[in-house]
Design a protein around this ligand. Structure first.
Ligand SMILES: Nc1nc2c(ncn2[C@@H]2O[C@H](COP(=O)(O)OP(=O)(O)OP(=O)(O)O)[C@@H](O)[C@H]2O)c(=O)[nH]1
Ligand SMILES: [Mg+2]
Length: 705
C-alpha cells in the first residue's frame, strides 16, 4: 500500500510505504490526560521523539511542540484542541491523543475518552491530584478506560512522589500501585527504579535517549524491596496464581508480573504508577513500554456494542477488520486546505477511500472521498482504514460529532457522546456589513467543530450571542474568527449564560387572523405547554386528530414553536426542559398559510410561557480554592457573601483546600478577588456543575426590570 504525504501547502510531495498494522494486538489507542500544565504535551513530544517520529524535541515554552500546533496554543503555551498523532515503538503502533487540561476545553477530553482504549494520567509531583486530574479520572471511569499514572516533574523543588501517591489513594477510588520509584542524588532527580526488573534506570545522551540499567543504589535498596513487596502483595490480593507462588516461596518471574498487571489494568482494578521528568528527559521510554505492556489493544474490547436503528435492542459486532463496519465520528475540524476533517475511530470492519458508508444516526449514505492519518496538523493519505484505527475521513456531508458510521446491511448506532452545557455568553457584532456574512460562515464552522460552543441570534436585541464553557473558551473563539475567518467584530462583556424554564402546565391559544378583504391570513393553534424533567430538553408533539389543522401546516407550527422557544419571556434566554403538544386548532380553506400557522404558534407559545410560572436558571460552579492556612477565614468569609455552599475544607501540608458550590455570576472576577484577599498566594479552579433557580430577590438585579 502506498501513502501520499501532504506538506503544509497541501501539495503531495512524497510517497512512502504505509505502516498499517494488521495485527490488532499490537495497536494502542491512548490519550494523555491531566490537569492543566501537568506536562501532557511535553510528555507527548518526548514519546514522538524517542519513537523516531520526530527528529528534534520541541518545547511548549518555545511554542515548538508537535501537538500544540494552533497559533493560539503556541502563543499561550496551553493546549486547546486535542491533537491526534501516532508512532511506532518496537512492534507496536501507538495512536496518541494529547488532550487539553483547561476546564474550558473539557469537551476535547470527553470525546477523546469516548474513543480511546487506554489513557496515561499525568500528575504534577508538586501540585498532586489537582481538580482537573480528578475530573478526568472520573471521566475515564465513566467510559471504563484503562489507565496508568505518571507522576511527572520530579525534578522540581518541592516535588514529592510519596505525597502524590497518598493523595491519589485518598482522592481516587482505585488501587494505585507504584511500579517505579524516583532516585535522587543529593537533591537532583537522576533516575528511576524499575521495581519489576529490580534495576535502576538512567537516561543518558543529550536528550536522555539512551536508557542504561544499573544496580539499584545502596541507599535505595530497602525502599525498593519494601515497594516491590507491596506490589506483590497487592497483586496477590487480586490474583490466586500470584498468591500461590508467594505461598510456595518461589520467585515471581518478570513476565508473569507484567501479564498479571496488564490483566488487572484491563479490568480497571489496578493502576500502576510510574514516575519521571519529561522536561528533563527522564522516564519517558519506560512510560512507552508501560503503554505497550499494560494498556489494552483494540482487540481487548472484544465486541463493540450499540443500539439497533429503532433504539429497542442492543447490537454487538466483533472487533475485527473482517466484521461489518462500525465507526464513530468524534470530532469535526475544518482544515483550511482540505476542508472538513471527520475524526473517526473504527471499531470493526474497514473503510476504503472512495467508498460509501452508512451514517446510521442520520440515516444517510455518505461518500468517503479520502482517508487521512493525522500527525497533529499534518496528514497522510491512506487507501484504507480498519478496525482499531483512528483516522480522519474527508468528503462526508451530513455527519456531525457523535454519529455512527456503519454498513447499511448491518446498521448499529453507538451511544452518543454527552457534552456539557455552555455557561458563559458574549454578544458579538460584526464591524461592517462585509463582516456580517463572514461572521455567519465562521460561527457556523466553529459551532460544527465544538459541541460546547453555541450560537444564538437574540431577536430582541438583534445580536448574535455566542456561548461557551468559560471566558478563555470564548476569547479563543473570537481570536479564531479574526484570524481564520478574517472577521472584525465588536465583543460585548461576558455574561452568565442563563436559561429559562417553566414550573406550571398551561394551555395556550394563538390566533393569527387577518381577513380584511382579498387574500387574508388564518392560523389558529391550541398548545399544551408543560414542564419536563431536568435535562429532557425541548419536545414537540402533534396530537391533532381528524385534520383540524391540515397536515402540511404541522411543520410550520413545530418550526414556530422551536424558533420562539430559543428566547424566553423573562430575559430572552433559551428555554429548556419544556414539552409542547399541539392539541387543536382550525384552518381556513383560502387564507391559511405556512406563515400564518408559524406566527400563530409563536404567539401561543409566548403567551403560554408567560402564564406558566417561568423561572430563571443560573449555572452553579464547583470551585476549589487552595490557600495558605492564614487566609482560610478571609477566603471562606468572602465566599459566604457570594451565595457559596462550602462543601469541604481539607489540608495539604500548610495549605487549605476549600471546595464550594457557587453561582457563576458571583465568581466572574474571582481571580482578582482572591489575589487581593491572599496577596496573590492562593489559586483556584472552577468548573460547571449544574443549573439552579435564581432566587426571586435577585431577579430584578439580573433582568433589570
Ligand atoms: N520542571 C518541569 N517542568 C515541566 C515538566 N514537564 C512539563 N513542564 C513544564 O510545564 C509547563 C506545562 O507543560 P505542558 O506540557 O504544556 O503541560 P500540559 O499538561 O500539556 O498543559 P495543557 O495542555 O495546557 O493542559 C511547561 O512550561 C513545561 O515546560 C517537567 O518534567 N519538569
Ligand atoms: Mg498540553
Amino acid at each position: 500500500m502506498t501513502t501520499e504525504i501532504y506538506t503544509e501547502k497541501n501539495k503531495i510531495n512524497k510517497i512512502v510505504k504505509a505502516d498499517m498494522k494488521e495485527n490488532l494486538n499490537t495497536i494502542r489507542n491512548i490519550g494523555i490526560v491531566a490537569h492543566i500544565d501537568a506536562g501532557k504535551t511535553t510528555t507527548t513530544e518526548r514519546i514522538l521523539f524517542y519513537a523516531g517520529k520526530i527528529y528534534k524535541i520541541g518545547e511548549v515554552d518555545e511554542g515548538t511542540t508537535t501537538t500544540d500546533w494552533m497559533v493560539q496554543e503556541r502563543e499561550r503555551g496551553i493546549t486547546i484542541t486535542s491533537a491526534a498523532t501516532y508512532c511506532n515503538w518496537n512492534n507496536y503502533h501507538i495512536n496518541i491523543i494529547d488532550t487539553p487540561g483547561h476546564i474550558d476545553f473539557t469537551v476535547e477530553v470527553e470525546r477523546s475518552l469516548k474513543v480511546l482504549d487506554g489513557v496515561v494520567v499525568i500528575f504534577c509531583a508538586v501540585g498532586g491530584v489537582e481538580p482537573q486530574s480528578e475530573t478526568v479520572w472520573h471521566q475515564a471511569d465513566k467510559y471504563h478506560v484503562a489507565r496508568i499514572a505518571f507522576i511527572n516533574k520530579l525534578d522540581r523543588s518541592g516535588a514529592d512522589f510519596f505525597s502524590v501517591l497518598s493523595e491519589m489513594d485518598s482522592k481516587l477510588v482505585t488501587l494505585n500501585v507504584p511500579v517505579q520509584l524516583p532516585i535522587y542524588d543529593s537533591d537532583e532527580f537522576v533516575g528511576v527504579i524499575d521495581l519489576i526488573k529490580n534495576k535502576a534506570a538512567y537516561f543518558e545522551g543529550e536528550a536522555g535517549e539512551k536508557v542504561v540499567y544499573k544496580e539499584i543504589p545502596e541507599n535505595y535498596k530497602d525502599s525498593a524491596s519494601e515497594y516491590k513487596d507491596n506490589l506483590i502483595e497487592k497483586l496477590a490480593e487480586l490474583d490466586d496464581e500470584i498468591m500461590q507462588t508467594v505461598i510456595s516461596g518461589e520467585k515471581i518471574k518478570e513476565e508473569l508480573m507484567v501479564s498479571k498487571i496488564r490483566h488487572y489494568v484491563l479490568a480497571n482494578k489496578l493502576v500502576p504508577v510510574l514516575c519521571g521528568s519529561s522536561l528533563k528527559n527522564k522516564g519517558v521510554q519506560l512510560l512507552i513500554d508501560a503503554v505497550c505492556n499494560y494498556l489494552p489493544s483494540p482487540k481487548d474490547l472484544g465486541t463493540v456494542r450499540g443500539f439497533s436503528v429503532d433504539g429497542k435492542d442492543y447490537e454487538t459486532i466483533e472487533v475485527s477488520p473482517s466484521s461489518p463496519l462500525c465507526a464513530l465520528n468524534f470530532k469535526v475540524f475544518t482544515d483550511s486546505f482540505v476542508g472538513k476533517l471527520f475524526y473517526t475511530r473504527i471499531y470493526s470492519g474497514k473503510i476504503a477511500a472512495n467508498s460509501i458508508v452508512y451514517n446510521s444516526t442520520k440515516r444517510e449514505k455518505e461518500k468517503v472521498s479520502k482517508i487521512l492519518r493525522m500527525h497533529a496538523n499534518k496528514q497522510e493519505i491512506i487507501n484504507e482504514a480498519k478496525a482499531g484505527d483512528i483516522v480522519c475521513l474527508v468528503g462526508l456531508k451530513e455527519t456531525t460529532t457523535g454519529d455512527t458510521l456503519c454498513s447499511e446491511k448491518y446498521p448499529i448506532i453507538m451511544e452518543a457522546i454527552k457534552f456539557p452545557e455552555p455557561v458563559v455568553s458574549v454578544a458579538i457584532e460584526p464591524k461592517t456589513q462585509a463582516d456580517q456574512e463572514k461572521l455567519f460562515v465562521g460561527l457556523q464552522k466553529l459551532e460544527d467543530e465544538d459541541p460546547s460552543f453555541r450560537v444564538l441570534y437574540n431577536k430582541e436585541t438583534g445580536q448574535n450571542v455566542i456561548s461557551g464553557m468559560g471566558q478563555l473558551h470564548l476569547e479563543i473563539m473570537v481570536d479564531r474568527l479574526l484570524r481564520e475567518f478574517n472577521v472584525k467584530a465588536k465583543i460585548g462583556r461576558p455574561q452568565v449564560a442563563y436559561k429559562e424554564t417553566i414550573t406550571r402546565k398551561v394551555e395556550a391559544v394563538g390566533k393569527f387572523i387577518q381577513q380584511t378583504g382579498g387574500h387574508g391570513q388564518y392560523g389558529h393553534v391550541v398548545l399544551l405547554i408543560e414542564p419536563q424533567e431536568k435535562g429532557k430538553g425541548i419536545v414537540f408533539e402533534n396530537k391533532i386528530k381528524g385534520g383540524a389543522i391540515p397536515k402540511e401546516f404541522i411543520p410550520s407550527v413545530e418550526g414556530g414553536v422551536l424558533e420562539a422557544i430559543t428566547s424566553g419571556v423573562l430575559g430572552g434566554y433559551p428555554v429548556v426542559d419544556v414539552k409542547v403538544t399541539l392539541m387543536d386548532g382550525s384552518s381556513h380553506a383560502v387564507d391559511s398559510s405556512e406563515l400564518a400557522f408559524k406566527i400563530a404558534a409563536e404567539m401561543a407559545l409566548k403567551d403560554g410561557l408567560r402564564r406558566a410560572a417561568p423561572i430563571l436558571l443560573e449555572p452553579v460552579m464547583e470551585l476549589e480554592a487552595i490557600t495558605p492556612n492564614e487566609y482560610l477565614s478571609q477566603v471562606i468569609g468572602d465566599l459566604n457573601t457570594r451565595r457559596a455552599k462550602i462543601t469541604s475544607v481539607a489540608e495539604r501540608k500548610n495549605l487549605k483546600i476549600i471546595k464550594a458550590e457557587v453561582p457563576l455570576v458571583e465568581v466572574f472576577n474571582y481571580a482578582d478577588v482572591l489575589r487581593n484577599l491572599t496577596q496573590g498566594r492562593a489559586s483556584y479552579t472552577i468548573e460547571p456543575s449544574y443549573y439552579e433557580k435564581v432566587p426571586e430577590t435577585l431577579l430584578i438585579k439580573i433582568l433589570g426590570v
